[in-house]
Design a protein around this ligand. Structure first.
Ligand SMILES: CC(C)(COP(=O)(O)OP(=O)(O)OC[C@H]1O[C@@H](n2cnc3c(N)ncnc32)[C@H](O)[C@@H]1OP(=O)(O)O)[C@@H](O)C(=O)NCCC(=O)NCCS
Length: 409
């Protein structure tokens, strides 16, 4: 069966996390992704290593299903080989610091001259303006995209979330841009520039907090647990501040992840009141309606917690789901990596690697019935030099040896 992006070729000049998370998805959709690395390799091959002299999990978990070539883009021959490849590829993706590709001698204008069908995607920290030339990492984007100000508890400092919304979140936005550009090229015959700023991607994911910023002008945010409001959206702990109240309540035996997140929809109140042993609250006007409960959500969740602390989170999950009450136990990373249903869904998958042996990674979260993803290991540094420069670009064996000796590849 042909894969969705079979025949699409991606020159992948991404590094670290944001860019590689994007091109890995393209590879799982069936594109031929060729990762160009400086001869020293993507810096993450050596970062956070758990085993000596073996590509880190940081690298192996973000670069599956790609081929790897090395190329020194600052050498004259390197630029020639790159030019040859650009002619033959559909997509160039990169996330270097601002201006790096231009400094290599490849402006967008130049790239268009070489290949007018090329789609050129870049991830940067920021859009045009005062921050354009600034570098950015995950938490910088969380800080400047609205996430940190709205994450955490009211009386604590701003918090970073563990979800990599700045890096992988931006990578996923970039996938959407690239796929749209590929589709538009079907009609125009032309490639185009795709740019995504990490600050913008985080802000897109924090959209509802700007909703609440504007609601504040018309009064307090009653769905928030906070008692006092100033002129900016406060951190609201584990309350989403959305239409249905929710909170993480403690469970037995009281470990750091023995919590369950419970949402109380209007229809959920009656079964919850029964479950927690407070059936008299079902018809009590002080408790019976969502409006009546709104000003005492903290008390409501305390009542639920007084019950849940006596049960394990898996039992609470079962009991609440018997009544169709939306809830989710807080799963630790250990529980997730050992979860049978996630393995069955091939979202937690095991991959073999010639140097590190078997490792676990997160598989393809987007399921296509006609284009199922097969997760294959990440490439070793320069593993496909001979295949791509030799067989595909026609570089002779002798020159290949010279290029290696001269540090071009
Ligand atoms: C992540 C980031 C902060 C890292 O910064 P950094 O480690 O200083 O690396 P940079 O990307 O700025 O620079 C890479 C350098 O390597 C060089 N380089 C990269 N690939 C090369 C190659 N194949 N051959 C020769 N040189 C190469 C670049 O030309 C650049 O050199 P220059 O600054 O002299 O022009 C930066 O890349 C960045 O802001 N990226 C955009 C936002 C982003 O994606 N951040 C999240 C990462 S998860």
């Amino acid at each position: 069966m042909r894969k969705a992006l079979e025949g699409v070729r991606v020159l992948d000049m991404t590094h670290v996390q944001s860019g590689p998370s994007c091109t890995q998805i393209l590879a799982w959709l069936g594109a031929d992704v060729v990762k160009i690395e400086a001869p020293s390799g993507d810096i993450t091959r050596k970062q956070l290593r758990d085993l000596p002299d073996v590509d880190s999990l940081y690298f192996t978990m973000l670069n599956c299903n790609k081929r790897s070539i090395t190329l020194n883009m600052k050498s004259a021959r390197g630029k020639e080989l790159f030019t040859e490849m650009v002619k033959d590829f559909d997509i160039l993706a990169e996330n270097f610091g601002p201006g790096a590709i231009d400094r290599m001698g490849f402006s967008w204008e130049k790239l268009q001259e070489i290949n007018p069908r090329l789609i050129y995607a870049s991830i940067k920290g920021f859009g045009d303006g005062p921050y354009t030339h600034f570098k950015a990492y995950e938490v910088v984007a969380q800080a400047m995209g609205g996430s940190m100000a709205t994450t955490g508890f009211e009386d604590g400092p701003p918090l970073a979330t563990g979800s990599q919304i700045g890096d992988s979140g931006t990578g996923m936005h970039t996938v959407a841009g690239i796929l749209a550009a590929l589709y538009q090229r079907e009609h125009t015959g032309r490639g185009q520039r795709v740019t995504v700023a990490m600050q913008h991607a985080v802000l897109n994911l924090c959209r509802v907090k700007l909703r609440d910023q504007q609601r504040l002008a018309h009064g307090p945010l009653n769905e928030y647990p906070n008692e006092e409001f100033g002129d900016e959206v406060p951190r609201s702990g584990n309350a989403s501040g959305g239409g249905q109240p929710g909170w993480a309540v403690r469970c037995a035996p009281g470990g750091p992840n023995d919590y369950i997140y419970v949402i109380v929809q209007p229809v959920g109140w009656e079964p919850i009141a029964k479950l927690i042993g407070r059936p008299e609250l079902i018809d009590d006007p002080e408790w019976s309606t969502p409006e009546a409960r709104l000003n005492k959500l903290d008390k409501m969740f305390q009542l639920i917690e007084d019950w849940s602390v006596n049960h394990g989170k898996w039992d609470v999950l079962a009991m609440l789901n018997e009544h169709n009450i939306p809830c989710g136990p807080i799963l630790s990373t250990k529980e997730i990596i050992e979860d049978a249903s996630l393995a069955d869904n091939e979202i937690v998958v095991k991959v073999d690697h010639p140097e590190r042996g078997e490792f676990t990674t997160v598989g393809m979260p987007i399921k296509l019935s006609d284009s199922p993803a097969e997760v294959r290991r990440s490439p070793l540094l320069g593993e496909h030099n001979n295949e791509i420069y030799g067989s595909e670009l026609g570089v002779s064996e002798q020159e290949l040896a010279e290029l290696k000796a001269n540090g071009v590849i």
